[in-house]
Design a binder for this molecule. Structure first.
Ligand code: GDP
Length: 471
């Protein structure tokens, strides 16, 4: 300020004293004080609102439709444990990856691409919805289509239901792969029957859910599955502009002893080139080398391509958005700002819902819907809680049971709650160690009850601002 009004800092400090403000040279003064002070010297201060440079920087440019080109679909495989997610991903990879110069050895970089009928499909190579929810918790949406694997001899199981809810919550279309049809006790019809109980009605029964019978073991039905993926992708008209600086999402990242930070990223729009300045979460750098899913060094990667990137300053997080920029200095300063902010944010995560501050958020109009995940020891209690809680809907807030299940509260439940800004109610169950840790990190409110009535009363009280604070 002194420089601007051609005075020495000492003069300003003296003047401030006469105004009753004891200031030092490296102290900030607020805009009001600055206005009065400058006024004393015959200057007028014009106050400009600070611009959020980071938001501006991260803003996705809007592409005119004529620049958009079709892009491959990005597929995630979900389903109950042991139903064959890994086997299916492996079978698809093995049957469709063309042998390369490197001897046909595929690299596990967290995602891979196959070609069918001349069209590419990108698979996220981490089975299960943990990766899916962890990414969504960071606001990333990479999946275009979810493959729900259900074993034909086992049917719809708790994690199948979880996966269905995850996909629905994210608005991602589901294709059901009924797996293990080679088994003598396989019963695909029963699976379909069970799916209808979760609002997935097979096409042949008049619904719109595509079901494909497959055997990951015998590599049967894979072609049909790929065909269905292409069909759903076509309906979705997936497009991106390949001719601009790249942006996308970090799929996984680690610190490699020899190579430094290594990240697998999925390019979602634009094209990533060697030499690009890149920023992802708290990490930035220059793309030093890129490898595709076959371990080949490549120079550029277009939309829906997964690539391994070397050159980051540190390890970014799965789910971080990455962007390419020409302004290396700005990228570096934003990255370092994020590093310091990360710690602060970890301490106060104010937008999270909890029963404690629910009423405040409702009054401020921030919350119109209270998402709840219900976990209980038996299915009967899950249903009883669900029905009772849903009856609490008021004109102002809607209670939405986004997931209900039997068993201990797991890390997945917590990540799901975090992604959907929901709370978790446990009845006669407890969170396991990982879930407790995750809840602490993600600031997810977990409430445990032994009496159903108490749970209902607490939610009711929270909705009307009458909940007694917990100490
Ligand atoms: P994930 O936990 O869902 O990833 O399941 P896995 O892929 O690890 O498979 C679990 C078990 O089921 C393994 O022993 C597989 O060999 C077996 N399995 C997977 N797919 C099939 C299949 O199509 N037929 C048969 N008979 N077994 C299968």
């Amino acid at each position: 300020l002194a420089l601007k009004i051609h005075k020495s800092p000492a003069e300003l400090i003296k003047k401030l004293m006469t105004l009753g403000v004891l200031a030092t040279i490296n102290q900030e003064i607020d805009t009001d004080t600055a206005s009065i002070l400058a006024g004393e010297f015959g200057y007028e201060v014009e106050i400009k609102l600070p611009v959020d440079i980071e938001a501006l920087f991260m803003q996705e440019p809007e592409d005119p439709p004529e620049l958009l080109k079709p892009r491959p679909s990005v597929v995630t495989v979900m389903g109950h444990v042991d139903h064959g997610k890994t086997s299916l991903l492996d079978a698809i990879r093995e049957t469709n990856v063309i042998a390369t110069e490197a001897g046909g050895i595929t690299q596990h970089i967290g995602a891979y691409q196959v070609e069918h009928n001349g069209k590419k499909i990108t698979f996220i190579d981490t089975p299960g919805h943990e990766a899916f929810t962890a990414m969504r918790a960071r606001g990333a949406q990479v999946t275009d289509i979810a493959i729900l694997v259900v074993a034909a001899d086992d049917g719809v199981m708790p994690q199948t239901v979880e996966a269905i809810n995850h996909a629905k919550e994210a608005g991602v279309p589901i294709i059901v792969a009924i797996n293990k049809i080679d088994k003598p006790d396989a019963n695909p019809e029963r699976v379909k029957q069970e799916l209808t109980e979760h609002a997935l009605v097979p096409e042949e029964w008049g619904g719109d859910t595509i079901c494909v019978n497959v055997s990951a073991l015998k590599k049967e039905g894979l072609k049909e599955l790929l065909e269905m993926i292409l069909l759903v992708a076509e309906v979705g008209e997936l497009k991106a502009n390949p001719n601009r600086p790249a942006r996308g999402t970090v799929i996984e990242a680690e610190l490699d002893k020899g190579r430094g930070p290594v990240a697998t990223v999925l390019v979602q729009s634009g094209t990533l080139n060697i030499g690009d300045t890149i920023i992802a979460g708290p990490a930035y750098g220059r793309v030093r080398a890129m490898m595709d899913d076959k371990g080949r060094r490549i120079k550029k990667a277009g939309p829906s391509t997964p690539v391994e990137v070397l050159g980051f300053s540190e390890v970014p997080h799965a789910g971080n958005t990455f962007i390419v920029t020409e302004d290396e200095k700005l990228a570096r300063s934003i990255a370092s700002r994020r590093q310091t902010r990360k710690r602060e944010e970890e301490l106060k995560n104010t937008t999270r819902v909890s029963l404690e501050d629910l009423f405040k958020h409702i009054q401020e109009g921030q919350i119109k819907e209270l998402g709840i995940i219900v976990k209980a020891d038996v299915q009967g209690s899950v249903e009883a809680l669900r029905q009772a809680l849903e009856r609490l809907n008021t004109g102002e807030v809607k209670v939405d049971i986004i997931h209900g299940g039997v068993g201990a509260i797991s890390e997945t439940d917590v990540m799901f709650a975090s992604a959907s800004n929901a709370i978790i109610i446990g009845f006669n169950v407890r969170p396991d160690v990982n879930a407790r840790k995750a809840a602490e990190n993600e600031k997810v409110d977990i409430r445990l009850y032994r009496v159903i009535y108490d749970a209902i009363e607490d939610v009711k009280a929270a909705m009307s601002g009458l909940l007694d604070p917990e100490y």
